[in-house]
Design a protein around this ligand. Structure first.
Ligand SMILES: Nc1nc2c(ncn2[C@@H]2O[C@H](COP(=O)(O)OP(=O)(O)OP(=O)(O)O)[C@@H](O)[C@H]2O)c(=O)[nH]1
Ligand SMILES: [Mg+2]
Length: 338
């Protein structure tokens, strides 16, 4: 009996102390385990897509998707896929829609990257060339933010249309930037197009009005209107653009196409850009420039998915022949494979 009391006391003490010791030990281990990860990754981003090894991350979207699905398919896998798409500039709304549809279509044994490829081609829809129908003067307005490649694209497009046998006029309605008129003039000569310009600071609408009259009088087939680059958030500048369009219509012409020129590097705010330009002048097509660089232009998927605006051309360099009709399969292949 004398021995039983101390033994009971020791057992009770052990029963109380053991969980505390184990917990402390576990806490120690878990902080040891997490610390190196925090040190190597300061982005504070533990999303499923980030858990894909770096070797795979360096490869294209296709390889990354296969790696993601290789570990089995769970809610995390779909969240990871959404993350991968957002990182490819596809935009959160479009990425969510696309993943929602893929989730419904996915069956075990199917290659997820092939499924994604087909889905992305489907989002981009049928390739639609420029619509310049009718016997009358066709007008193409070219708009976009500063430096996206508008004037260069106009030069290339003029060259392409002249080569097809069309008579082309250009309107230098960028009267804001000092060298804009001369830059367009160089392109007009290179392409074999006629140009209508006024002095710097002239009203862009007045230049467009003159150009419609002059192009009609010359029997031109197409008039392409250059406009000054502008931030889509500056409402007075967007209103000025709407006015140019109204003036063209007042001059007796119809704007057949309004092309939004977007740099392939444009990130998530491309959708806001496209929305603002569409509200001002009803964008009918996108030209994706600078696709000769490393940027892949994933943002056009978001623009197509959210606003329904198709891509008409891609710019692949600074030369006169560096404009290609958009090919949705080639675009998606590049996005998936590099
Ligand atoms: N590599 C490459 N460069 C391009 C392409 N398109 C345009 N550029 C270059 O991008 C720069 C800007 O082009 P611009 O045509 O002047 O752009 P913009 O939109 O008219 O510019 P602003 O009128 O000032 O708003 C120039 O150096 C062009 O040569 C392209 O497809 N590829
Ligand atoms: Mg320009």
């Amino acid at each position: 009996m004398q021995l039983v009391v101390p033994i009971v006391v020791v057992l009770v003490l052990l029963a109380v102390a053991a969980p505390v010791l184990v917990t402390r030990r576990r806490r120690g281990r878990s902080s040891e385990l997490t610390r190196p990860r925090e040190e190597e990754d300061t982005h504070d981003d533990a999303s499923p897509a980030r858990q894909i090894p770096d070797t795979v991350r360096g490869q294209g979207l296709g390889a990354r998707v296969r790696a993601l699905f290789g570990a089995g398919v769970s809610d995390d896998t779909w969240a990871g896929l959404e993350d991968l798409l957002i990182r490819a500039d596809v935009g959160p709304v479009a990425a969510g829609d696309i993943v929602g549809r893929l989730r419904e279509d996915y069956r075990l044994g199917v290659d997820p990257s092939e499924l994604l490829r087909d889905e992305l081609v489907g989002v981009l829809g049928e390739d639609e060339p420029l619509r310049l129908d009718g016997d009358e003067l066709a007008v193409v307005m070219v708009v976009g933010v500063n430096g996206s490649g508008k004037t260069t694209t106009i030069g290339k497009l003029a060259r392409r249309l002249v080569t097809e046998g069309k008579k082309v006029s250009l309107a230098a309605s960028d009267t804001f930037r000092a060298a804009a008129g001369e830059q367009l003039d160089v392109w007009a000569r290179r392409a074999g197009a006629h140009i209508v310009a006024q002095d710097r600071g002239a009203d862009p609408g007045a230049v467009a009005f003159d150009a419609v009259k002059s192009a009609s009088a010359r029997g031109a087939d197409v008039l392409i209107v250059d406009t000054a680059g502008r931030l889509h958030t500056k409402q007075p500048l967007m209103d000025e653009l709407s006015k140019v369009k109204r003036v063209i219509e007042k001059a007796g012409a119809r704007v057949d196409e309004t092309l939004l020129v977007m740099d392939a590097q444009t990130g998530q705010n491309g959708v806001a850009q496209a929305r603002a330009f569409t509200e001002a002048v009803e964008v009918t097509g996108v030209v994706l420039t600078k696709m000769d660089g490393s940027a892949k232009g994933g943002i056009v998927l978001a623009v197509r998915e959210e606003l329904g605006v198709p891509v008409r051309f891609v710019g692949v360099g600074e030369g006169a022949d560096d404009l290609q009709p958009f090919d949705s399969r080639a675009f998606v292949d590049r996005l998936m494979s590099e």
